[in-house]
Design a protein. Structure first.
Length: 212
């Protein structure tokens, strides 16, 4: 039960020709009077996930081994050619990538689980990992989609909810459909996004994984 000091009533004042009147409604129910629809990130993401988000990422993905070869150890080097920034030409740098490889490890010791991949065609020092949840780091998928922009949302809270809803879609549509008990040693193909956080590891948020 909410504490008394937390329960706050919202006052919405409606003006009429014969004078003003005040109606008291509980917070969270303002839309019943204003007609404004409450923002629902999960519904918004569900509506575009398979029809727009996944197709756009697959269409724009660069082969990860090609990206790594051009990077030469510096993941920021190919930014002008392949990168996307979270705020126009600045902010967090992310890439849309695809690739194939063999799963060598599934790690779920922490909530931010991952699988490690031996990327086909790459023998360099950078570790390639795919997020498998249930907690997902970053917001690379949201930040790389061309039709999702911060200015289209009311505030930072709604903007964060979009990324959370995307991760929920990844968990449901991608990760939950995999058998993590048997996937080690198998070849997979993937498409997804990652944000640059140093040059020792790539942590891809997958929007598609296919077991060969």
């Amino acid at each position: 039960m909410k504490k008394p000091w937390i329960v706050v009533l919202a006052l919405i004042v409606a003006a009429f020709s014969f004078g003003g009147c005040v109606k008291v409604v509980e917070i969270g129910h303002e839309g019943e009077l204003t007609g404004e629809k409450t923002f629902n990130a999960a519904e918004d993401v569900e509506a575009i996930w398979m029809s727009k988000a996944v197709p756009e990422i697959k269409e724009n993905a660069v082969d990860l081994k090609t990206l790594l070869a051009e990077a030469g150890g510096d993941l920021k080097a190919p930014a002008a050619k392949y990168g996307r920034y979270s705020m126009g030409d600045k902010g967090e740098l992310s890439y849309i990538v695809k690739g194939e490889g063999t799963v060598t490890e599934v790690n779920r010791e922490k909530k931010a689980g991952f699988m490690t991949l031996k990327l086909a065609g790459y023998d360099g020092p950078i570790a390639v990992r795919l997020q498998i949840g249930p907690v997902y780091k970053g917001s690379a998928v949201r930040d790389t989609l061309s039709f999702i922009k911060y200015e289209d949302y009311k505030n930072q809270v709604d903007w964060a909810k979009v990324s959370q809803a995307i991760h929920a879609a990844v968990d449901k549509e991608v990760i939950e459909k995999l058998d993590m008990q048997t996937i080690v040693g198998k070849n997979i193909s993937f498409a997804g996004c990652f944000s640059v956080a140093g040059d020792k590891e790539i942590l891809v948020t997958p929007v598609e994984i296919e077991v060969k």
